[in-house]
Design a protein around this ligand. Sequence first.
Ligand code: CMC
Length: 397
Amino acid sequence: MESVRKVEISTSGKVIESPCGPIIHGLEDVLIKVTSISDIDGRKGILWYRGYRIDDLAKYSNFEETAYLVLYGKLPTRSELSEFSEKLASNRDLPEEIYSIIRVLAENKVHPMLVLESAVSALAGFDPKAGDLSKEALYDQAIRLTAVLPTIIAAHYRFSRGLGVIKPKKDLSHAANFLYMMFGSTPDEVSTRAIDLYLVLHIDHEVPASTFATHVAISTWTDLYSAIVAGIAALKGPLHGGANEAAMKQYLEIGSPSNARPYVEKLLAEGKRLMGVGHRVYKTYDPRARIYKDLVRELSEKKGNMTYYQIAEEVEKVVLEKLAPKNLYPNIDFWSGIAMYLLGIPYEYYTPIFAMSRVVGWSAHAIEYLNEHRLFRPRACYIGPHDVQYVPIDQRK
Ligand code: CMC
């Protein structure tokens, strides 16, 4: 029950010399606050939420319970959990105006991540307490946002295919209800588990770019909806949320297990990157990847399609042989795209599903940061000229 673990600051932090002094590019390894939400040991490959190992939460918990843990800092009692699950379920539906916004955007082929940003933004207008930064209001909003993200994503899926929206069901779990709203039938156990486990594994991850963006926004005392929009916007980029899709496309291109080794060897010889491999913090096998790999095997067996699991296993052999000596190992995205693919979820929804989980971590961090609040306001080293003479427009050459 060790409480403080020294963060390993790598010496590879990109420091750039400037006329004003050193610049830590990308704030690599810069500490921005103290936190008790999550911790990562990148050398040993351990992830903790509120002190609990991800392996235990993956094995014994589910999304609702882990979300409660991350938000409130303790595992819920039976009655706390049922109250929390009930609150989530009763907040799932959206105002009709928001469904209309999603429909217009989806019919016009706007990407679901952009629609997520727009819908969350617009939702603030329907909350009379949107700008209230009291603990009570923030927790209510965190629950509402967590509850509605799956509804927004599923509505986008339905509208963009010319299908009618399926309203959420209160008696299904968060994961099962999401698949139900997407595809219209109650999912089987392993499919529900595939989404539930994915959500548990993505709830928080210390301060990657999206969580940092949330901090920057909330540090201005903006509303939580806007801070979550900042998180979604940063998650959208391919360097953050998009790698599982890229990894899955790689497996489709490889096509068969026997083609995996020549494909990877050629790609590496050309100096290209293998998607789903490497991590800024993990210098060993990503613990989330280790856990999700087993689920992907089980799901592949149940769906009667082992091809992509077997391709990934062959790719993994080459990675462990050729890239592990450079501290490059499979990350969660190496395996998660296969599960999404087997569930019949189109690529453009992979990152929104990531957001569906991370909204919990973003909210928990925003609430935590407001306790020790300080406005983020870094400086830049100006290297342009000063006191340039203003020239009227007709005298300019
Ligand atoms: N395949 C091949 N070589 C790689 C890879 C890869 N996926 N990733 C890094 N390298 C090499 C890179 O070429 C460089 O080699 P050298 O020193 O010879 O020039 C060395 O490793 C260090 O690379 P870096 O870009 O400085 O490392 P980083 O810590 O900035 O990169 C990363 C982290 C995740 C951006 C990178 O590993 C990458 O692009 N991976 C592929 C994309 C991916 O899977 N992203 C998902 C990350 S996990 C999601 C999450 O936690 O939210």
